[in-house]
Write a protein that binds this ligand. Structure first.
Ligand code: NAD
Ligand code: UGA
Length: 452
């Protein structure tokens, strides 16, 4: 089989951008082009280094070192599909909004569209890699599209799910716990997996490169996210019991996590997990279980999402009750819009849902996030309201977005921390003219009015 000289990645988002940047850095002999249908995104990837479309610590340095050397960004999808030996598909796979499985199943339209383009534009044999998170047996569907639309070209399909977390993407890619490669267990399938493995072996120890069949690889990705989210929902559910009993959730988490069989990660209480993936991936898992008639299993996993919604409502109620008890003017400041620190991504952030519920209750809301723009914050609320339609028409006048921590703090009487950005630690010291609700439990207990 040919040596891999040219890679194309379809999808220049949070996964496509950083993963290809790291491969380009580690494999200078390979030319990599990341393509996207989104013209403005590609323009931004090719634009000023301080305004890349994805913010990740360490990313801009790698882009600077590789861009226009062996890493390129382009909208010319046809050309780069045709030229490549290996194609990664890193397109989005959101929850379906209409049709069978709406609200639960993954919408595979972007994957199907990409597969059709590959079938149409390819003139030579290629290895196709599922990088997106997909339902089990998607590879079968891709294979069907490729074989129907193209003539005599051999495509080998691999599953190589991505496990990076936002905010630590570069670190995660440099030192992955494991790289998973699923392939057909045929001679050509195993050879294709060897080719992909060779790329990762440039920096990942061989014993961390795990091989499996395609279906195990597809399911392992969904299951990993479900297990991580399940730990957060477990802790968040217990935080409600702590509230009733006087136990302290941080102390409980610490005690649980010190059992080496359980481990300490992903046991931090929060206003609920956000991010583009946990909810959609669990709902997809629930849908798959239902599809195969496993209703009890589906119900088990669905509870993880339900507890997450419950935690967001619970926090809104805690805030509302405080204002009622002390007859306060309904005005509150929210610190943090990103779904976690060190990212500019706000998809599914608890801040969106909690702010929405507060606006519904008639609150005026001040908002500040160090990385999420004013336009994005307002757009997130608008998009949710287009779905729910529960806000009255003049809600825009009740929202004010601030550009600095200092300015929001000096305009606040009650401050609520919803994202754990490091800079928020300093608000304990800025002044004592306000009260703090810390729903990430990041500040000293003594300096906050409410916490989880
Ligand atoms: P994203 O929305 O940031 O990026 C996807 C990109 O694909 C978009 O820029 C979109 O324009 C592009 N695209 C869609 N259809 C296209 C087409 N036909 N041709 C060219 N470009 C097309 O999404 P993401 O966060 O990078 O996630 C991508 C996949 O990776 C998802 O399946 C997700 O579940 C999975 N994943 C995401 C993360 C994460 O941290 N965000 C981590 C692991 C896995
Ligand atoms: C998650 C997984 O961690 C990645 O392995 C996976 O690749 C990725 O989803 C994906 O498939 O998209 P990500 O969502 O970027 O990564 O970030 P996490 O660090 O997992 O955080 C998710 C959410 O859970 C955040 O809102 C975070 O604040 C919250 N969280 C995390 C908690 O509430 N408590 C914790 O202890 C940990």
């Amino acid at each position: 089989m040919m040596k891999i000289k040219k890679i194309t990645c379809i999808g220049a988002g949070y996964v496509g951008g950083p993963t290809m940047a790291v491969i380009a850095l580690k494999c200078p002999e390979i030319n990599i082009t990341v393509v996207d249908i989104d013209i403005s995104k590609i323009k931004a990837w090719n634009g000023p280094i301080e305004n890349l479309p994805v913010y990740e610590p360490g990313l801009s340095e790698i882009i600077q070192a590789t861009r226009n050397k062996n890493l390129f960004f382009s909208n010319d999808i046809k050309k780069f599909i045709d030229e490549s030996d290996m194609i990664f598909m890193a397109v989005n796979t959101p929850t379906k909004e209409t049709g069978d499985g709406a609200g639960m199943a993954s919408d595979l339209k972007y994957v199907i569209e990409s597969s059709k383009m590959i079938a149409k534009y390819s003139k030579s044999d290629k290895i196709i890699i599922e990088k997106s998170t997909l339902p089990i047996r998607t590879a079968e569907k891709i294979k069907e599209i490729l074989s129907k639309n193209s003539k005599k070209i051999k495509f080998e399909i691999l599953s190589n799910p991505e496990f990076l977390a936002e905010g630590t993407a570069i670190q995660d890619l440099f030192k992955s716990d494991r790289v998973l490669i699923g392939s057909d267990q045929t001679e050509s399938g195993i050879k294709a997996a060897d080719k992909l493995s060779e790329i990762y072996e440039k920096w990942i120890p061989k014993e961390k490169i795990l091989r499996s069949n395609i279906w195990s690889s597809e399911l392992a990705k969904l299951a990993s996210n479900a297990m991580l989210a399940q730990r957060i929902s477990s802790i968040n559910s217990l935080s409600a019991l702590c509230d009733k009993t006087g136990a302290d959730i941080d102390e409980v988490s610490e005690a649980i996590g010190m059992d080496h069989r359980i481990g300490g990660h992903f046991l931090k209480v929060s206003p609920g997990f956000g991010g583009s993936c946990f909810k959609k991936d669990i709902l997809n898992l629930v849908y798959l279980c239902q599809f195969y008639g496993l209703d009890d299993v589906a119900e088990y996993w669905h509870a993880v999402v339900k507890i997450n919604d419950y935690q967001q409502k619970r926090i809104t109620e805690i805030i509302e009750n405080y204002f009622i008890r002390y007859s306060l003017e309904k005005k509150i400041s929210i610190l943090g819009w990103a779904f976690k620190k060190n990212t500019n991504d706000s998809r599914e952030s608890a801040s969106i849902y909690i702010t929405y519920q507060l606006l519904k209750l008639g609150f005026k809301v001040n908002i500040y996030d160090p990385m999420v723009s004013r336009e994005k914050i307002l757009d997130d609320i608008n998009v949710l309201d287009q779905k729910k339609g529960e806000l009255n028409e003049n809600y825009h006048s009740k929202i004010k977005v601030y550009e600095t921590l200092k300015s929001i703090v000096s305009a606040s009487k009650i401050i609520t921390i919803l994202t754990e950005w490091d800079e928020f630690q300093s608000i304990e010291k800025i002044s004592s003219d306000y009260e703090i609700f810390d729903f990430r439990n990041i500040l000293n207990k003594k300096s906050v009015k409410l916490r989880l």
